[in-house]
Write a protein that binds this ligand. Structure first.
Ligand SMILES: CSC[C@@H](O)[C@@H](O)C(=O)COP(=O)(O)O
Ligand SMILES: [Zn+2]
Length: 207
């Protein structure tokens, strides 16, 4: 059997850098969070399960296919790899996926129903196709589920009825997923979303 192709260093460095940046914001406590980059040929570079995402090294990244199957026998990719693969399958333009557990996304997702509406924020312009603050963006919220295949099925079924592509989604009491064409764009989108979630949380506190 031939050895799997090496993972391009640019993808590994993008993942390591994302972890350091998200750790600075306290968005990846303990071993929370996972990140991936789409590779050519239907491959995905993804973080191994159980690592602290602020201290990743080159060994912390492995490759799976678009069904989440590891290329290396016995290797353990992120427990949430199927959510990454679901995004890559649904959005061909997605080149990187980020998942984090911030306090605002965790708390807010427990306070709302099936979505959070973000309206009137200047930072909405960080999302694709929005030239003005004068808009409302609905961020879907899914119930948490330890059965990740079942959770992905719930995400797929909500996406089927969706005419507007959301900037990401939340999992209740758990965290956020965002994606974009590459890692820098995904980080920018995550920062914008987290900023607005923090604003929403503060507004709710002051009511
Ligand atoms: C620290 S518990 C968090 C995990 O259950 C999970 O939600 C998570 O984000 C990280 O899982 P991982 O398997 O390391 O990618
Ligand atoms: Zn998680």
């Amino acid at each position: 059997m031939s050895l799997p192709a090496p993972i391009p260093d640019a993808a590994i460095q993008a993942i390591i850098g994302a972890g350091r940046r998200m750790d600075r914001f306290h968005w990846v406590p303990a071993t929370a969070g996972n990140f991936s980059v789409r590779l050519p040929g239907g491959r995905v570079a993804v973080t191994r399960s159980g690592r602290h995402k602020g201290f990743l090294d080159t060994d912390s990244v492995m490759a799976v296919d678009l069904e989440g199957r590891p290329e290396e026998a016995g290797a353990r990719p992120s427990a949430e790899t199927l959510l990454h693969c679901g995004i890559y399958r649904r959005f061909p333009e997605a080149g990187a996926v980020l998942h984090g557990h911030s306090v605002p996304n965790t708390v807010l997702s427990r306070l709302v129903g099936e979505e959070i509406a973000l309206s009137g924020y200047e930072l909405l312009k960080a999302f694709p196709g929005l030239p003005t603050h004068d808009a409302t963006v609905a961020v879907p919220v899914f119930d948490n589920d330890q059965d990740i295949a079942r959770l992905q099925a719930a995400v797929d079924s909500r996406w089927q009825g969706m005419s507007v592509i959301p900037p990401g989604y939340l999992i209740r009491g758990h965290g956020v997923y965002v994606w974009a064409r590459d890692m820098d764009a995904a980080l920018a989108r995550l920062e914008a979303l987290e900023f607005m979630l923090e604003c929403e949380l503060q507004e709710r506190r002051s009511r």
